[in-house]
Write a protein that binds this ligand. Sequence first.
Ligand code: BG6
Length: 298
Amino acid sequence: VNISHANSRVSAVLPTGESVEVLLFGATVISWKDRAGNEKLWLSDAAKLDGSKAVRGGIPLVFPVFGTAPDHAATSKLPQHGFARNSKWEFLGKSSSESALSTTSPSDASVKLDFGLSSATLDEKSKTLWPYTFSAIYSVTLTTEGLSTGIVITNDGKEPFESQVLLHTYLRINDITKVEVTGLEDSEYIDKVGGVQTKLQSGAVTITGETDRVYTPAKGPASPVVVSEGGETAFSIVRDNLKEVVVWNPWTEKAAGMGDFEPKDGFKNMICVEAGSVRAWTNLEPGDVFDGAQTISY
Ligand code: BG6
């Protein structure tokens, strides 16, 4: 496994050709390619990669609040989606199956990249807005089968705190009109478009306009949520300890309104399917740990 750590980013390439690239800013995965070099994630052409703004595309990490929460005192002052995606994370190191097991064949190779953020390394402004003592480790694991991203959050302080977490994954697809998301049948969801309402999904999800929904999949986290295109599976997402799935596509007008969304018709080539724990608040008592992850295969 070939690892490079330069230019405020970490990248890894497996012997078989799969690759991943993570920006230290936000620990944002900005590229994930299969062995043929096909990009699996959507990244805006106008995404800021210099730390001036959260990245538009890839996998921004949402913590400790999903959206904004004006009624939740502890996070009400935080920017939309919290500070994790706007913070400089530390690269903690890598472990690869190749080095652990020299007999591993190239087709079994994998690499795990670990990133850390804690109240000790957080910038002063965020610390003032959210004064809890915590540490977070975010692991990005690339295998020949897919990509896993997981976060472990520990309350290192003396006060309990409540938080939400979401893996805001922008999947790259060829044509949104041919996309179906299955695995969400008969699931309750909060529809955030046109006034917040709770609804029930019947059948597969298709995207024909602005879509912003928080699903609580009826089948539970281990049952995959599948994104297919023209009837063929493009991605299959399995969650671990993340109850909800957000499905988001900005469509024409919202994309036009986002300065960092380019090309403007790029919404045809992306769908966000976001694993998270965002409907309720996860309470962590001192010493408690929260662990949530997703595995995306194709
Ligand atoms: C989604 C939310 O997760 O993120 C949407 O459900 C939001 O409501 C979208 O518009 C993008 O958010 P942002 O802050 O990256 O523009």
